[in-house]
Design a protein around this ligand. Structure first.
Ligand code: PHE
Length: 344
């Protein structure tokens, strides 16, 4: 009997020590199997009870049973403790600090050219000009011939052209071919439109030139449209775009599709007209070409030049943006460098 009691006592002590040392649920389970499993040490002792004197069996059985119960309770307690610790560790690991400020998302913005294009379109819309879209891929006829620039004419040298491998198909060198398209569509109605869009020129790329750039063309056709209308409208545009105090001037110029033709300058906003590197010390910056629509062009659009007249202009928004923000190189617009784009 005392042998058995001693065996049970040492089994219990060993079990308690081992379960207390089990670092996790898996190790704990292994200890449990070792002590309380069907082939565990307690089962071995219990099997030995059969050899005891029948009179001693009940007391011995009770003793063994008590040990089993205490060990089972201890295993359960240890299992609960390990589970609680694991849960606490999990909670520590993915704890959220809800008081932390949020991470700001980078906010996108419009391309500087788009911003200026929209501003330009808005000003012209205020003056009653509709936006008219015309294609980037044009025919030689629209881009040149119908604008009074025959193939032999030296004025073709004003535009270095991207020709395609399809005969007579090219990338438009300016938005002016859109003039013919609007006139043919609207004739004989009066016209007041702007034509914003991309143009392409086969040029050596330098800080001042690109192979692609925007233009905003304008066209007004009606029965009594005069040079006065052209000047008044463009001056009004310049004042809205650059401020009412900004001086403007017109210089006589030449375009095959307008007669008379002019170029409009605005006072240099950087030096205020006194002369600087940006305006090449003239005090003026050229922003657009313009003129009265040539009678032959009106005719090509379907209008009778004896009854109708019109004015047209073409401006480069990238140029205007460069002047506004003192951007030194037009190539920045399409290189997609965020360090440039994020400044606007
Ligand atoms: N198309 C001309 C250019 O690209 C600009 C222009 C448009 C001039 C309309 C007069 C009238 O240079």
């Amino acid at each position: 009997m005392s042998d058995l009691a001693q065996a049970l006592a040492s089994l219990e002590a060993g079990g308690q020590a081992d379960l207390a040392a089990a670092p996790d649920a898996a190790a704990l389970d292994a200890v449990r199997v070792r002590y309380l499993g069907r082939k565990g040490s307690l089962a071995t002792i219990l099997r030995g009870l059969g050899d005891l004197d029948p009179a001693e069996r009940p007391a011995a059985g009770k003793l063994a049973n008590d040990v089993k119960q205490r060990l089972e309770a201890a295993f359960q307690a240890r299992r609960d403790a390990l589970e609680a610790a694991a849960q606490a560790a999990r909670e520590r690991a993915d704890r959220l600090d809800v008081t932390l400020p949020g991470r700001p998302r980078p906010v996108g913005r419009l391309h500087p050219s788009t911003q200026v294009l929209r501003r330009i379109c808005q000003i012209w819309a205020d003056m009653g000009f509709q936006v008219y879209r015309s294609p980037d891929v044009e025919t030689d006829e629209m881009n040149f011939e119908l604008l009074n620039i025959p193939a032999y004419h030296p004025a073709r040298d004003m535009w270095d052209t991207f020709y395609t491998t399809s005969e007579g198909i090219l990338l438009r060198t300016h938005t002016s071919p859109g003039q013919i398209r609007v006139m043919r569509e609207r004739c004989p109605e009066p016209i007041r439109v702007i034509l914003p869009g991309m143009c392409y020129r086969y040029e050596q790329i330098t800080a001042r030139s690109e192979i692609q750039f925007h233009q905003v063309e304008g066209l007004a056709v009606g029965r009594h449209v005069t040079m006065t209308d052209l000047k008044g409208t463009l001056i009004s545009f310049a004042h809205r775009m650059f401020g009412a105090e900004r001086k403007v001037r017109f210089r006589a110029s030449y375009f095959p599709f307008t007669e008379p033709s002019a170029e409009m300058d605005v006072e240099c906003g950087i030096c205020g007209g006194s002369g600087c590197a940006i305006c090449k010390h003239s005090g003026w910056l050229e922003i657009l070409g313009c003129g009265m629509v040539h009678p032959r062009v009106l005719e090509n659009g379907g209008y009778d030049p004896a009854a109708f007249s019109g004015f047209a202009f073409g401006m480069g928004p990238e140029r205007i943006t460069m002047l506004r923000h003192r951007i030194e190189d037009i190539r920045y617009f399409w290189t997609n460098d965020l360090r440039f784009l994020e400044q606007f």
